[in-house]
Design a protein around this ligand. Structure first.
Ligand code: PMV
Length: 319
């Protein structure tokens, strides 16, 4: 029987934003993320006469299919297996969430590949091969909080579970602002960012910020987690703004949203933001404030969409 694999997306609270080796997708810095319950990808792989990638019931052509098959080719070579493959995926990552789905997509693909060829791997080995598809995918093997230790080579660069079942009161509001923006891929953004004079100093801070975040997670300290996540995200975007040539993912609505988070905080509603390679923001909040924050954003932005997520599980078989 063909097995379906489910992997959830994750959002980095300490960001990965630079490659040391683009072929092996080794990062320049370690990162830490939260896996989300609301967004996931289901994937199954079966033998076929020709390579075929079907996403949400539609056969994919061009760049997205190519990326999937070049990833699967790398894995076939690595494990000494062959054959054409039919890949069927369902993305439960609504575009409205403003979230990239590559973390869940490539984690689910790695899992489905192993299920198809009956390859037994440890979570760390699975994390390593998911990394080859998309860096952030290596963290989606686990639920709760996970850490991707940058390592120095293919063997030592993988994610591990920091806390798969966190008890902390932490919600993530994925806020889709009503913006249209030409997308700069994360690969292109990471490359450009390295020309910033602040890139190296930021890199030097990374280990310290990671250690502080690990301590905050262990202490279940919402305030410390929020402050550090917001600082780290702001540093990433400051690096982009100071790159040569300068670039940014921010849109006017992003700046407005950042200011609103800070105003909410001044008014006693504790919340923090993080932003990835796009104009939308994600807000870290405690359960008791979700309603107030949502109401504020709905009042201030036209057509804003907000999805409230919390901790999701690690990769799993559905059947
Ligand atoms: O794994 P990629 O290539 O989608 O890059 C992810 C980059 C960020 O989302 C901005 C940060 C991260 O660590 O997930």
């Amino acid at each position: 029987m063909v097995k379906t694999i489910r992997a959830h997306t994750n959002i980095a609270l300490i960001k990965y934003w630079g490659k040391a080796d683009s072929h092996l997708r080794l990062p320049l810095m370690s990162s830490l993320s939260m896996t989300l319950d609301q967004f996931y990808t289901d994937t199954q792989i079966s033998a076929s006469d020709e390579d075929c990638f079907v996403l949400n019931g539609i056969r994919q052509k061009g760049a997205s299919a190519q990326r999937v098959f070049s990833f699967l080719k790398v894995l076939q070579q690595r494990f000494g297996v062959t054959g054409h493959l039919l890949v069927e995926s369902t993305n439960n990552v609504p575009t409205a969430a403003g979230l990239a789905s590559s973390s869940s997509a490539f984690a689910a693909l790695a899992g489905a590949f192993c299920a198809h060829y009956n390859i037994q791997l440890t979570p760390i080995e699975l994390s390593r091969i998911a990394r080859l598809g998309s860096g952030s995918a290596c963290r989606s093997i686990y639920g709760g909080f996970s850490v991707w230790q940058k390592g120095t080579d293919d063997k030592s660069s993988y994610a591990y579970a920091l806390d798969e079942n966190p008890q902390i009161d932490l919600q993530l509001l994925a806020v889709e602002l009503n913006t249209k923006q030409k997308r700069i891929s994360s690969t292109a953004g990471m490359k450009m960012a390295q020309s910033s004079p602040f890139f190296q100093p930021w890199l030097l801070r990374n280990q310290q910020e990671l250690e502080q975040m690990i301590s905050a997670v262990k202490a279940q300290d919402f305030t410390a987690i929020g402050n550090l996540a917001e600082l780290n995200a702001t540093e990433m975007h400051a690096v982009n703004l100071t790159a040569r040539p300068s670039f940014t993912y921010f849109e006017p609505a992003t700046i407005k949203a950042i200011k609103m988070v800070s105003e909410l905080r001044q008014n006693g509603i504790e919340c923090y933001f993080t932003i990835d390679a796009g104009p939308n923001i994600k807000i870290l909040s405690q359960l008791k404030n979700v309603k107030d924050i949502t109401n504020k954003f709905v009042t201030e932005f036209e057509n804003v969409k907000i999805i409230n997520a919390s901790f999701g599980p690690g990769i799993s078989y559905l059947n």
